[in-house]
Each structure stands twice: as C-alpha cells, then as structure tokens.
Design a protein around this ligand. Sequence first.
Ligand SMILES: Cc1cc2nc3c(=O)[nH]c(=O)nc-3n(C[C@H](O)[C@H](O)[C@H](O)COP(=O)(O)OP(=O)(O)OC[C@H]3O[C@@H](n4cnc5c(N)ncnc54)[C@H](O)[C@@H]3O)c2cc1C
Length: 339
Amino acid sequence: MEYSGVLVVGEQRGGSVHSVTYELLARGRTLADKLGVSLACVVIGHRLEAFGREIVERGADVVYLVDDSSLEWFIPRRHSAELAALIGQIRPEIVLAAATTAGRTLMPHVAARLGAGLTADCTGLDIDDEERLLLQTRPAIGGNVMATIKTPSARPQMATVRPKSARPLPRDPGRHGEIVVRAAACDDAQSAGERLLEFVRDTSQDVSVQDAEIVVAGGKGLKSRDNFKLVEELAGLLGAAVGATRDVVDLGWVGYPHQIGLSGKTVSPRLYVAIGLSGTIQHLAGMQTSETVVAINKDKDAQIFRVADYGIVGDLFDVVPELIEKIKTAKNARLAGAR
Ligand SMILES: Cc1cc2nc3c(=O)[nH]c(=O)nc-3n(C[C@H](O)[C@H](O)[C@H](O)COP(=O)(O)OP(=O)(O)OC[C@H]3O[C@@H](n4cnc5c(N)ncnc54)[C@H](O)[C@@H]3O)c2cc1C
C-alpha cells in the first residue's frame, strides 16, 4: 500500500483538546490541499468521544480517537506504540506533531519504531511542487540560518512544529468528516516498565505569555532590572503578558518563562510591543507571527523595525513613560465618562 495523506497528532490536556492541535490542523490542511490528499487527526487518551466534532470543524477529514483507560496518562512508550501501530495501518505520507514537551518526547520514539526520520521544531512547512516532498524549515546553527530539510526516501515524513507558529482555522460547523473511535491496539507490555508515579504541576511555568492576546516585551535597552518595571507597568495597563529577550533573562531581570524566541517561547498575540530590543533572528523566531507589532527603539536601523507594523524611533525612557501617562489619562477619562 502506498503512503498517502497527512496525519496530525492531536494533544489533549485536562479533558479538552489542546489548542496546538487546531494550529497543526491549519498547517496540515494547507499541505493536504496542495497534495490533493485527505487530512486525518489522531488523539490518544481516554474519554475522548466529545473531541471528534470540533476537530472535523477545524479541518480534519478523518479523526481517529484511540480511547482506552490505560492511555489516560501520557506514558511515552505506551503512546508511541499506539501511534506507530496506527501509522503502520493508515500509512500517511506526512505526520505532524506539536513541538510541546509531550510531542518532543513522543515523536523520537515513534520515528525510531518506524525507522523514519524526524525534523524537530519546524517553524515553516510547505510542499515541493516538483517532487511532492515536505519542505521542513527550522532554525539551525544556533539560529543564525533557517534550514529547509527534505526527507526523500524514508516514509512517513515526520516533523514537529512549534506551538503558536500558525493560526487555527475558524470552526466550520458545516464541515463533514468521519470520526473513528478505536480501542487500544497494544497492551501495557509496550510501556516497558514506564508508569506514572505522580502528576506534579510546574507552577513556575504559569506565566501565560503564550496564551496572551497582548505581549509587551523588553530588551537590554532597558539597562537595569529597575527600569524593566516600565515594561511591567505598561503590560499591566494593557492587560498584557510580559515578554523578554534572552539577554534580559540571562541578566536575571525576569524569569525564563518570560523568554521569547528560539530557545524560549513562541508567541502569536494580536499585539506585540517590543521595547528596547534589537530583533535578532533568534528573537524574531519566537514572535514574527504576531498580528501587529509595535517597536520602540532609538536605532532606526534596528532589525525589529523590519517586522514592525508601527515603529517609534526614539529613546524608550521618553516614549514609554509618555505612553503610560496617555493610557492612564484615557482610562481615567473613560471611567469618568462611565460615572
Ligand atoms: C542558540 C541561541 C539561542 C538564542 N535564543 C534566544 C531567544 O530565545 N530569545 C532571544 O531574545 N534571544 C536569543 N538569543 C540571543 C540573541 O542572539 C540576542 O543576544 C538577543 O536577542 C539580544 O537581546 P536584546 O535585543 O535585548 O539586546 P540587544 O541586541 O543588545 O538590543 C538592545 C536594543 O535596545 C536598543 N536601545 C538601547 N537603549 C535604548 C533606549 N534608551 N531607547 C530605545 N532603544 C534602546 C538598542 O538600539 C538595541 O537595538 C539566542 C542566541 C543563541 C546563540
């Protein structure tokens, strides 16, 4: 049987489909349409019945729900055995998973089981029109170049994709698709002794920079931890999350969960305000899909202006306090008007 079709590996968290699944479906839909093939999505876990409909409405033609009480918790070897079994059966030519902690753990196992390659952490995916191969683009050599990788011989072609590097398709209640609920194909022997001892939530990662609609990010141009409070104050006024460059995190002005870029988080907010940061390729890798970018920098040639929709060339110590005052005045006026 030929390899054909695109398969997206969905994720579920705490009883609902993780939003990254919908981002992958948007990517997968574009690839499947270019190839003229169908788009499938698989979710592995327990009590999944309610998930199928929205996955179809977000772009899938077929949804496989591999549902078993033994699959409730993410046990990498157990889940990789299930996924490899499904791939062996439906033989997709492309498999996409999220570059989340779970995806980054699961997919190398699956690749090893299938004897296939895996391109991790892609930021761009496309189809080579002539060869019909998946073009997998990701930062390489310390983020200084963007490399495009092809997998000419092994099948399926497999890639993990950075969360927030694509926008989900809107729900289309009129879409039709097939929902297949399957029992587990493997047994617990596949876990090879891996089992869940305890689930401990990492509260240090609770900064919601990835989910925020607005991010205000600061760079080394702020010059000190004390001055970085300007970024925090502006973020507070806008109801935004605070982001930072790696240099700022390395200086200890804010914690790692705030870092945006190649070695930090990828964000895609409606509004990204970049203050006193130069816009290196490593930083841009984490924010360039933001809807609107506003940059404040005293250097008119700063790289950040290349991706900015609005640029303010000026000293941030003049511009940001003025912005803060203007927003406060506007808010007070609105409050007074409402009384
Ligand atoms: C493998 C690797 C991974 C990396 N990962 C990341 C990552 O995930 N995220 C990341 O951000 N970086 C990352 N980096 C680091 C990256 O290369 C840069 O060092 C970093 O992004 C620069 O941070 P910055 O913009 O804060 O500082 P700078 O590049 O020093 O920029 C400071 C900016 O502030 C402006 N400025 C100064 N004073 C003022 C003022 N008074 N008013 C207005 N503007 C002012 C300057 O004009 C300048 O543009 C990585 C590097 C490597 C090698």
